[in-house]
Design a protein around this ligand. Structure first.
Ligand code: 5GP
Ligand code: ZN
Length: 405
């Protein structure tokens, strides 16, 4: 064990079905945690720290870790996973991680943790994917929208985002509108390895965040009024921001990523029928793309205190299904089909009347509107395709090759 590692025996064994969830939350426990591992038996947690471990720090971290484990494991039960589509063993030619080669060829440049510039190959592939998703939107006659990247704090508060996902928020601010503060900043601001070295009071109070999702903007635009014609289908693409601390690796998990959504607002049946129709239409598109994937029930990454209740709720009411693409390079050495490594590249969501109720969007009969969305993560979808087919266009499925040439 190196001086910078800390091994902890959790007070409760972490069951296999919770290992991924607990691991993803460990990144938020302490700023000194660079990487966290959990043994397959769920009886040991190994933390890699950015400083030498010492007794005081160890005690503080251990207490917080036990709190997280307790909160997630105590009383937990395995949620039943419902598989709607299974094309996970569709044959694919590649099993190499595309990241090193993308970086070597400058097809990808890292600006900072979770922030990447995409070069021509990835940009063309993303543009192709976008066209396919816009075709889906057009098949519904969806109305196009453009949403801002910024989102007011009071909007997110109204839909309880702060308690559900506090860990992944990204705040936007500006200098206080005060000549002395601006002059001081202009003359003194420097960036060192810790970041921008200026006193916190230089900045105005936070009123705005960077958007964590696309469809919220539509619901806020519809808030406080009856829904015209009683139903709406819309589509938009947008930058989304979810801070993921040391979980931010490669194109699998970005701080800043792009989502294309098709959004449904109307009665319960209208939303559920269209979500299902969208899934069936995408099944054909993914077949043409040759994507190896599954569609299965899932839950959002709620923060620790909210996780169990919200995840169980989403599962019971079948609110979320994820399109999980295979990442062959991540498969364990001798792999059963059930153990294939996958990545969520999109989701089919139903929010019931949550936004309708909280934002007062009403149907002609006065009841709150129901909402749902189909969301595609563009960088992740491109990453999954490159993981399955490699970087050489000649190995790609004919439909993609033709569209790109
Ligand atoms: P959801 O709303 O289901 O959480 O997100 C919709 C889609 O956005 C996901 O299926 C995924 O493709 C993409 N997405 C969500 N979080 C991230 C992330 O951290 N990085 C990247 N690259 N894509 C993400
Ligand atoms: Zn959405």
């Amino acid at each position: 064990m190196s001086k910078n590692s800390l091994e902890i025996s959790p007070l409760m064994i972490i069951p296999a079905y919770l290992v991924g969830e607990v691991k993803s939350k460990l990144a938020y426990v302490d700023e000194h945690i660079m990487k966290a591992e959990i043994t397959s038996a769920g009886d040991k947690i190994i933390l890699h720290l950015d400083i030498e471990a010492n007794e005081g720090l160890n005690n503080r971290i251990v207490t917080k870790i036990q709190r997280v484990v307790q909160a997630l494991v105590k009383g937990a039960f395995k949620l039943k996973v419902q598989v709607l589509e299974d094309f996970i063993d569709r044959p694919v030619p590649c099993s190499i991680d595309p990241m090193p080669e993308l970086l070597r060829r400058s097809e990808l440049s890292q600006e900072a943790l979770g922030i990447f510039v995409l070069g021509p190959l990835l940009t063309r592939l993303v543009a192709y994917l976008e066209r396919r998703f816009i075709e889906l939107a057009d098949s519904f006659g969806a109305q196009p929208y453009r949403f801002p990247t910024l989102i007011p704090a009071r909007f997110l508060e109204r839909v309880k985002y702060f308690s559900a996902f506090p860990h992944s928020l990204t705040f936007a601010t500006h200098l206080r509108t005060d000549l002395d503060a601006i002059d001081h900043f202009a003359n003194q601001a420097v960036c060192d390895e810790q970041g921008l070295n200026v006193p916190p009071e230089t900045f105005a109070q936070v009123n705005t965040l960077l958007s964590p999702a696309v469809c919220y903007h539509l619901y806020f635009a519809l808030a406080g009024k009856p829904l015209k014609d009683g139903q709406l289908i819309a589509t938009a693409v947008g930058n989304c921001f979810r801070y993921e601390a040391s979980n931010l690796i490669s194109l699998e998990r970005l701080w800043n990523f792009t989502m294309r959504e098709v959004i449904f607002v109307g009665t319960k049946d209208f939303v559920l029928d269209h979500r299902e129709l969208g899934r069936l239409r995408m099944n054909k598109v993914f077949e043409e793309m040759g994507l190896a994937y599954r569609v299965e029930s899932a839950n959002d990454p709620f923060f620790i205190g909210e996780f169990r209740r919200q995840a169980a709720f989403q599962s019971a009411f079948q609110l979320k299904y994820e399109i999980r693409a295979r990442l062959p390079f991540k498969d364990p050495p001798s792999v059963l089909k059930t153990d294939y490594a996958t990545l969520a590249v999109g989701s089919y969501n139903y929010h019931q009347d949550f936004f309708g109720r909280n934002l007062d969007i009403s149907l002609p009969d006065g009841s709150p509107a129901h909402t749902g969305c189909i969301a595609f993560g563009l960088e992740r979808m491109a990453f999954a395709l490159l993981s399955q087919y490699g970087l050489e266009m000649k190995s790609w499925p004919a439909s993609i090759r033709k569209a790109l040439m």
